[in-house]
Design a protein around this ligand. Structure first.
Ligand code: FAD
Length: 617
């Protein structure tokens, strides 16, 4: 090891850890990434895919701040699909299936090439303390690393227990030991801990699947990439298979429910409602006689198939039986059984919006340890913790992402003010300002912030500035002149015949009008690049909504910051249910914004509270 003194130490090189370490290092902090083994960097514990609805937005935002997940996924992507393609851009979610080995290799390459970043192999077993302040870590070989900030991203490894049917054993994930010593050490901080669970399906040998009769799913012809810097797909592209469970599958699972770890009473942790195991689906959606399964290749040169949709904690013999009841899988061999994993998480309400822990200054937590599930949620938190740790080390103010500027802000706010009752994953429905928080404009929202704090490379900065120059020029060409509906109709575009004059941006706000349609009216537009045309179209389409939303954001900001005295007596507030009064009394929100995020508090209740505060209690 070259040094034992760093600015920032990151524990764990999963998705949160790598993004945290890269962010801190990009900010100029001398950073150590401590991992049990070098090959753990970039490991995908479950599905070989990045992005999706809500999650794709997070990846774009990570990329806008020059994070690594997006560009690595682009290089390792073997099937790109834009989900919700037929709906509006605000709710479209870029997703790619990746080659698992390639993703890992590319993430390792990025990590080794990153300046200011050293990879340290070892197991962290203890924190070094200076009074109540965390000032480093101790490894299992007794060596010590010192730093002003430590970011813990240990995923499912804290007291992890793997369940397959009634067989349970300690494990951080299949093939890895859990982090028991570190979990015991965390107990010393008296943090509120909970238990969650997640699961993964059995992996199948693709050579034993009969693909001949199965429906195929191809990627998009014009792939939507994650990184604003990527220009084309690199890896060979594949298609997936689609099959379904049937009455026989359901019968096998129902008969053996009591043998599943979940239903046999071996698991206490709460699982992800939105990503249920196959046994959960069969119990909860008893009226459905079939569930779809995507058969996703884990790589171009890998015959492992990930059957998306049948994660399970049933015993291995039952897994074999139900898998073979499914069309195309009659002779399928299981390469690795499905399993459930239960682990400790820290109630994220103890964290600040920088993801730091006030009880232990210098310590930050990011990723699955905070009760989330998913690579993207983990990476986005890693970014927040990494940037803030580096800012703190250099004595600068923390960076605060808000619900109005990003999905990252939505997630951090949800976690730190509402907490979690089940593994938290991102959805577009969680963002009240989703019309302005689009995946396509993540760079416009966040790259200036990144340039400002110094986490963005020169290359990205110049590419962004160049794009913004072109975008601004195209928009000003469109805004220069106004046209009557008659003039607009003369080039074959029909808009409201209300006699109002409109400029090009306003005409483009009509859903059926394209940029190309306007070129005959405004010939200077003919030289505008294709990507700029598409971006202007999307920005124009949402411009009116966003102007309205901006007013809501301003009103929200005004009201949100309205302070609530800490001794406010909620029980004297008429019109609130006793449950709401109790929850608010317990949560003691500091302002209206926080009160609105207390579970179960309605907008009507907030109006009453605000009115009362304005009257002076
Ligand atoms: P991880 O990716 O788990 O990384 C943690 C890292 O910390 C590991 O590399 C580990 O080696 C390291 N580490 C732990 N302790 C120490 C220590 N003491 N010293 C040094 N290093 C340490 N997500 C979904 O979105 N959908 C799913 O269906 C899904 N299913 C899952 C099924 C299973 C079985 C598992 C295990 C995970 C699943 N996930 C799923 C979750 C997804 O894998 C995680 O959300 C994501 O990997 C979390 O990232 P992370 O960085 O927080 O943790």
């Amino acid at each position: 090891m070259k040094h034992s003194k760093f600015d920032v130490i990151v524990i764990g090189a999963g998705h949160a850890g790598t993004e945290a370490a890269h962010a801190a290092a990009r900010m100029g902090a001398e950073t150590a990434l401590v991992t049990l083994s070098a090959s753990d960097i970039g490991v995908m514990s479950c599905n070989p895919a990045i992005g999706g609805l809500g999650k794709g937005h997070l990846v774009r935002e990570i990329d806008a701040l020059d994070g690594v997940m997006g560009r690595v996924a682009d290089r390792a992507g073997i099937q790109f699909r834009l989900l919700n393609r037929r709906k509006g851009p605000a709710v479209q979610g870029p997703r790619t299936q990746v080659d698992r080995a390639l993703y890992r290799a590319e993430m390792q390459r990025e990590t080794h090439e990153q300046e200011n970043l050293s990879v340290v192999i070892g197991e962290v077993v203890d924190f070094l303390m200076d009074g109540s302040r965390v000032c480093g870590v101790k490894l299992v070989d007794k060596s010590e690393l010192h730093a002003s900030a430590v970011i813990l991203t240990s995923g499912t490894f804290l007291r992890g227990v793997i369940h397959i049917g009634d067989v349970s054993r300690p494990g951080g994930r299949m093939g890895d030991r859990p982090s028991v010593k570190l979990a015991e050490r965390l107990d010393g901080f008296n943090l509120p801990l909970g238990r969650l669970k997640t699961g993964t399906p059995p992996r199948l040998d693709g050579r034993t699947i009969d693909w001949s009769d199965l429906e195929r799913q191809d990627g998009d012809e014009d792939p939507t990439l994650f990184s604003f810097l990527s220009t084309s797909v690199v890896a060979p592209q594949i298609s997936c298979g689609i099959t379904h469970t049937n009455a026989r599958t359901h019968e096998i699972i129902e008969k053996n429910l009591s043998r599943s770890a979940m239903y046999g009473g071996h698991i206490d942790g709460v699982g992800p409602r939105y990503c249920p195991s196959i046994e959960d689906k069969i119990v909860r959606f008893a009226d459905k006689d079939s569930h779809q399964i995507f058969l996703e290749p884990e790589g171009v040169n890998d015959h492992t198939i990930y059957p998306n949709g049948i994660s399970t904690s049933l015993p291995q013999d039952v897994q074999q039986k139900y898998v073979r009841s499914i069309k195309g899988l009659e002779a399928a061999e299981i390469l690795q059984p499905g399993y459930a994993i239960e682990y400790d998480y820290v109630d994220p309400r103890v964290l600040t919006s920088s993801l730091s822990l006030p009880e232990a200054p210098g310590l930050y937590l990011a990723g699955q340890i905070n009760g989330t599930t998913g690579y993207e949620e983990a990476a986005a938190q890693g970014m927040v913790a990494g940037l803030n740790a580096a800012l703190a080390v250099s004595g600068r103010e923390p960076i605060h992402f808000t619900r109005a500027d990003s999905y990252i802000g939505v997630m951090i706010d949800d976690l730190t003010t509402r907490g979690v009752v089940e593994p938290y994953r991102m959805f577009t429905s969680r963002a009240e300002f989703r019309l302005s928080l689009r995946a396509d404009n993540a760079d416009q929202r966040l790259t200036p912030l990144g340039i400002d704090i110094g986490c963005v490379s020169e290359n990205r900065k110049s590419s962004f500035c160049n794009k913004m120059e072109k975008l601004t020029a195209a928009k000003s060409t469109l805004s220069e002149k106004t046209y009557t509906p008659k003039e607009v109709r003369s080039i074959g575009i029909t808009i409201n015949q209300d006699g109002n004059r409109r400029n090009g941006m306003a005409i483009l706000a009509f859903p059926d009008v394209s940029f190309d349609d306007l070129v005959p009216l405004i010939p200077n537009l003919a030289t505008v690049d294709l990507d700029i045309r598409q971006q202007v179209e999307r920005d124009a389409l949402y411009a009116n909504y966003i102007a309205r939303q901006q007013k809501d954001v301003e009103a929200m900001k005004r009201d949100e910051s309205y302070e609530i005295p800490q001794d406010f007596d909620y029980f004297t507030l008429e019109g609130l249910s006793s449950e709401m009064k109790q929850k608010l009394s317990q949560a003691r929100p500091a302002n209206i914004g926080q009160a609105g995020r207390v579970e179960g508090v309605t907008p009507a209740a907030l109006t009453l509270l605000l009115a009362r505060l304005r009257r002076g209690q």
